[in-house]
Write a protein that binds this ligand. Structure first.
Ligand code: GDP
Length: 175
């Protein structure tokens, strides 16, 4: 909560990544602390907001949850241009979604704003027995590309608040 004299720092944040990787579930977990097994597909994009206390600051996230389907791809720049942060989500049990995540990284590096904080979320980290994408290889890739990386689970809540909190911390340092 904001305290007197404490300025609220707005942070526009966009989630990108294949359909089915858990973008909407991550937002629902972060904003409402809930998880639903059969999340309806997002059409176009959906907007949420959540305020977080980060050290002595208050960060108000304005979150755009985009649809992962290719037919909505042309809308994406509208959301990532001018974003404080982009969270690129893949599913650790599906290597094709990681390849797609790397394409998003390339697109943002080429066409996005260089000051946008980029985070990579390897979601469904509760499904370790079905893992297809190694955490170590992703960490190396993230370091090489200046990305912040965490494995998350919208289902069990592992690292969900943490990834948003870390982004909030980075944002308070640069804005
Ligand atoms: P989106 O299309 O990227 O927004 O993905 P959704 O949030 O709609 O999630 C797609 C499916 O994956 C849904 O059935 C979710 O319940 C499921 N899901 C999302 N996150 C997780 C997770 O962390 N663990 C597991 N086991 N399932 C998840």
């Amino acid at each position: 909560m904001a305290t007197a004299g404490n300025q609220i720092k707005n942070a526009k944040l966009v989630l990108l990544g294949d359909a089915g990787t858990g973008k909407s579930s991550l937002v629902l977990r972060f904003v409402k602390g809930q998880f639903v097994e059969f999340q309806e597909s997002t059409i176009g994009a959906a907007f949420f907001s959540k305020t977080l206390a980060v050290n002595d600051e208050t960060v108000k996230f304005e979150i755009w949850d985009t649809a992962g389907q290719e037919r909505y791809h042309s809308l994406a720049p509208m959301y990532y241009r001018g974003a404080a942060a982009a969270v690129i989500v893949y599913d650790i049990t599906n290597s094709a979604t990681f390849i797609r995540a790397k394409k998003w990284v390339q697109e943002l590096q080429a066409q996005g704003n260089p000051s946008t904080i980029m985070a990579l979320a390897g979601n469904k980290a509760d499904l370790l027995e079905s893992r297809q994408v190694s955490a170590e290889a992703t960490q190396t890739y993230a370091q090489e590309n200046g990305l912040f990386f965490m494995e998350t689970s919208a289902k069990t809540a592992i690292n969900v608040n943490d990834i948003f909190y870390e982004i909030g911390m980075l944002w308070t340092l640069v804005c």
